[in-house]
Design a protein around this ligand. Structure first.
Ligand SMILES: Nc1ncnc2c1ncn2[C@@H]1O[C@H](COP(=O)(O)OP(=O)(O)OP(=O)(O)O)[C@@H](O)[C@H]1O
Length: 914
């Protein structure tokens, strides 16, 4: 078994016990060496006995005077913002509020608008429920552009570190932040120096308007402290990360600031050796900038951000929160490594072929809770022991037992699997720590205690969680509680008999026990409830109320419960101390469950529609590909199309009238590419892909009033971002470039952008209304013209011409003209205006034709250029034997002669001269 940096097991590496360090092959530290005495949880309600992660550890106890000055102030958009509800630990004297000087940068952004990087702010950042805090720092002086980042999800004890070099547009930082969906971003107070905002700071404020931005004194970005923190907190399983990060000063510095801040704002801290720490370089995943993610509607729909019509919506059939998170992050950052992708595809194929395995796994996975969240609470030690914290701890142990009870079922189902990835995950479940923990839990917790939904059910489970005969006082308190509950039932029965009403006992968290009565067939005396019934509420067809006696009984109930929880908590704390050294195996379980859930989800998607297993070659070839989201939206099956892009023909120009399906086709190709790179099957009959290191899209958006940018400026920013970043291995989708300016300028810009991109080996799909660009095909051998076919019919009644969209892609340039005017005819524009427009358009094109010299010489030169480039390319790539090469060149010569015939029929002898 082999664990990649993203924490994923890949089947491509040799397997071992699952505890081998990836880089060094070192065995994991033994449990005893990694579990210092300081781990023991505190005894109930005595905060003085709570242990800090380490007294010798440099970062000081949170919330103490030594924190003074740590938090320079909380600032967002230059305005001090409210501290999160939990951050009330520090007195005002400990903090000095500073604002980033220099005034507030203009913030005029909404979801879907585009930032100065040319990166649109997709509404990912606006998804509610964000729980990630990120610290960012940028190198200074010569190191400017070197970015360090550390993030932690408050619901998942995983510290993610990264360090990378970014360009002046900071696209990588912004994209990574979008993927993380932070609720708060920490930056050094020096982000605003001498009243000037750094560019990165400005961009972050602009791109994340709904996110809290907090200034931390630069001194807390301390790499030495960061390393100490990681050594102190990292769970032994992930200790190899130290080797990866120990010289990465910027990410270490952000780790220090982030962990210090978390200690400060949270009423708990992470136990030593408890955190999963991973380093995520940008080189292991495909870079999809946030504008492209928004354009392609990967996780958020552009029209309605609650809609499921996204790639995530199409593929998401996950059963657990962890599985859904994993799928989302994979879609936003697809894999680059073909071996890892292949092992996933093998696993999905096995799931599709083995029904028993598929349904068995689905059933087993569906009962798991959010393991990351559970781990997060288990590895945090509350600073203050309250009754509420005590009750929560009991819930967590019940959840832990519930989770571990599911492991044998999962093991059993996976026993029959054959593919490397499933086998590797099956092996992780053989870890005997799962059984050790469960056995230890069962020594104090009832065998049949399990996690149940519903507040009363869970309360009952908590009440009876600890086994009898462990604490005699606990047993007595529980008997008292049972008697009170019985008394409540008796009271309600008596009241029912007294008034002749169909009363029943109900429970809610806020009211405790109360009485409910259905109204069906009940006749109230004088139309009123008896005065004994108080605090009456009416819901649909039932009344809810209580009585003075019942309120008293609820009070006694609560008191008994407090006693029970208090005594149970003491037992639970002792239990937690004994199992704590083994708890890190839950990281493995979380990884296994989320991955299996994601694979099942991808397999599920194949059962809903006909998907095919993709191959990975040097060519992008899709037979009868379909747009996955359109397929889900449309009642009918969308029209499928073929795609062929290879190194020798890597630039496809797509033309066609408005509404003919150009944009849909372009997006379809990119979506299929992303699906393939996350290890999913794709909607096609056959599909082969070249791994793309980056996926860029420039797809027309409306004016961005928020940033006050014109359509044209946005286009230029986006295209310049692509030009600066595209590589030979990228996939680029450009739709309607240059529509924000005059036709001549638009054509000019498109032409020069095309020429630049033609110099790369990137695969490019370029949709345009400028038919002039189709001439590029005769200039460059690697250009291919394609168009969307339309048909024309006549309306039987009116005789008017009608356009029928076939959505079929064909070779060559579109020969449709004036389709804009024809599209306008369908709208409610007055016929007189359309008529006038037609006249003017006709005159303009006649004038243009008159001006354009029939210049055979230029065309001859183009043909020569065309021939020369093809020859050059053949010479470079040729693996042909001499005879085949001769035949090929002969063919080229003929083709060239034919081209000259069309260009200059008057000069048939040119070929000989050449
Ligand atoms: N392959 C297809 N099968 C079925 N319907 C399609 C297909 N492609 C596109 N459509 C439908 O046609 C509509 C228009 O498609 P699209 O926006 O891609 O056209 P377009 O050529 O890019 O138009 P414009 O040039 O005006 O931007 C889509 O909203 C979709 O409903």
């Amino acid at each position: 078994m082999y664990q990649s940096n993203t924490g994923e097991i890949t089947g491509s590496e040799p397997t071992d016990s699952g505890q081998t360090c990836r880089r060094s092959g070192l065995k994991e530290a033994t449990a005893s060496s990694c579990c210092p005495a300081s781990l023991s949880p505190a005894l109930p309600y005595r905060s003085s006995e709570v242990h800090t992660p380490s007294s010798s550890h440099a970062p000081s106890q949170p919330g103490t005077a030594s924190d003074g000055g740590f938090l320079e102030g909380q600032c967002r958009n230059g305005i001090r913002v409210g501290r999160p509800a939990s951050s009330v630990l520090m007195s005002s004297s400990d903090t000095s509020t500073v604002r980033f000087p220099g005034g507030t940068p203009r913030l005029r952004r909404t979801p879907g608008s585009t930032g100065p990087t040319g990166t649109s702010v997709s509404s990912v950042s606006t998804i509610s429920g964000a729980s990630v805090i990120v610290a960012v720092v940028e190198g200074r002086g010569l190191a400017r552009g070197e970015i360090g980042m550390a993030s932690i999800d408050l619901k998942c004890p995983e510290l993610i570190l990264s360090q990378f070099a970014d360009t002046g547009t900071y696209a990588k930082v912004i994209t990574r932040l979008h993927i993380l969906m932070p609720m708060e971003i920490l930056m050094p107070d020096t982000a605003s120096e001498k009243g000037k905002w750094t560019k990165l700071f400005k961009l972050i404020t602009e791109n994340f308007p709904g996110v809290n931005l907090t200034a931390i004194q630069r001194k807390y970005y301390n790499e030495k402290k960061g390393l100490e923190y990681i050594q102190q907190l990292c769970a032994p399983e992930f200790a190899t990360v130290l080797m990866e990060v120990q010289t990465k000063y910027y990410c270490l510095a952000t780790a220090a600031a982030l962990l210090k801040y978390l200690e400060f704002i949270q009423s708990s801290f992470y136990a030593a050796k408890s955190l999963k720490v991973i380093f995520k370089g940008s080189e292991q995943t495909t870079m999809i900038d946030s504008a492209s993610a928004a354009n392609l509607e990967l996780v958020v729909n552009n029209r309605d951000n609650r809609s499921d019509y996204t790639l995530l919506g199409v593929l998401n059939h996950t059963k657990t929160p962890g599985g859904a998170r994993r799928l989302r992050s994979n879609i936003l950052e697809p894999l680059l490594d073909v071996d890892t992708i292949t092992t996933r595809l093998d696993a999905i194929q096995e799931l599709l072929q083995n029904e028993e395995l598929f349904f068995g796994l689905k059933n087993a996975i569906g009962h798991f809770l959010d393991i990351d969240r559970l781990l997060s609470v288990l590895v945090q030690i509350p600073k203050q022991e309250t009754a509420q914290a005590a009750e929560s701890k009991i819930t967590h142990v019940i959840q832990l037992k519930h989770t571990l009870d599911l492991v044998p079922q999962l093991r059993e189902v996976l026993k029959t699997c054959n593919t490397a990835l499933l086998k590797a995950y099956s092996a992780t479940l053989e870890d005997n720590r799962f059984d050790i923990i469960l056995e230890q839990i069962k020594t104090v917790v009832n065998y049949d205690t399990t996690y149940l939904k519903g507040s009363l059910n869970l309360r009952t489970q908590k009440c009876y969680a600890v086994r009898p005969n462990i604490n005699a006082f606990l047993d007595i308190a529980r008997r008292v509680y049972t008697e009170i509950v019985d008394d409540i039932a008796g009271l309600v029965n008596k009241l029912g008999e007294k008034y002749g009403f169909p009363l029943r006992t109900s429970f809610s968290t806020t009211r405790g026990f109360f009485i409910q009565m259905k109204l069906d067939g009940v006749v109230l005396p004088e139309g009123k409830l008896p005065p004994e019934f108080i605090k009456v509420t009416k819901q649909k067809n039932s009344y809810g109320f209580t009585t003075a006696d019942l309120i008293k009984m609820n009070g006694r109930c609560d008191e008994a419960l407090r006693e029970i929880f208090h005594m149970s908590y003491v037992v639970i704390c002792q239990l937690l101390t004994t199992i704590h050294e083994h708890i890190h195996c839950l990281y493995k379980l979380s990884d296994t469950v989320s991955m299996l859930d994601m694979l099942l989800s991808l397999a599920n998607a194949c059962t809903i529609s006909d998907y095919v297993r993709p191959e990975f070659t040097d060519t992008l070839a899709i037979k009868q590909g379909r747009h996955p989201i359109l397929e889900r939206m449309a009642r009918q099956q969308p029209v499928s199309n073929n795609t062929y892009i290879s190194e020798g023909s890597n630039f496809v120009i797509v033309t066609g009238p408005n509404m003919s399906g150009k944009s849909t086709y372009l997006k379809q190709v990119a979506l299929c590419q992303i699906m393939a790179q996350i290890g999913s099957f794709v909607p096609a009959e056959y599909a082969s892909f070249r791994i793309a290191d980056q996926i860029f899209t420039r797809i027309g958006v409306d004016d961005d009033f928020e940033t006050n940018s014109s359509t044209f400026m946005l286009e230029m920013k986006e295209i310049s971002y692509i030009i600066h970043n595209a590589s030979d291995r990228s996939l680029t989708i450009i739709d309607e470039l240059g529509r924000g300016t005059s036709a001549e300028e638009g054509i000019g810009i498109c032409h020069s952008v095309c020429e630049f991109l033609l110099g790369l080996k990137a695969f490019t799909l370029f949709a345009t209304h400028f038919l002039e660009l189709c001439q590029l095909e005769s200039l460059y051998p690697n250009v291919e013209n394609q168009h969307m076919e339309v048909e024309h019919t006549r309306n039987r009644d009116s005789g008017a011409e009608q356009v029928v969209y076939t959505y079929l892609l064909s070779r060559g340039c579109s020969d449709e003209r004036q389709y804009g005017l024809r599209a306008a005819e369908i709208t409610s524009l007055p016929p007189s205006i359309i008529q006038e427009a037609k006249l003017v358009a006709c005159k303009v094109s006649q004038q243009l034709l008159a001006k354009r010299p029939a210049d055979p010489e230029t065309q001859r030169q183009r043909a020569v250029y065309h021939l020369a480039t093809r020859l050059l390319q053949t010479a470079r790539n040729s693996r042909l034997d001499p005879e085949s090469l001769r035949m090929y060149l002969k063919g080229l010569k003929k083709q060239y002669e034919a081209e000259l015939q069309t260009a200059a029929p008057a000069r048939p002898t040119d070929t000989e001269e050449e």
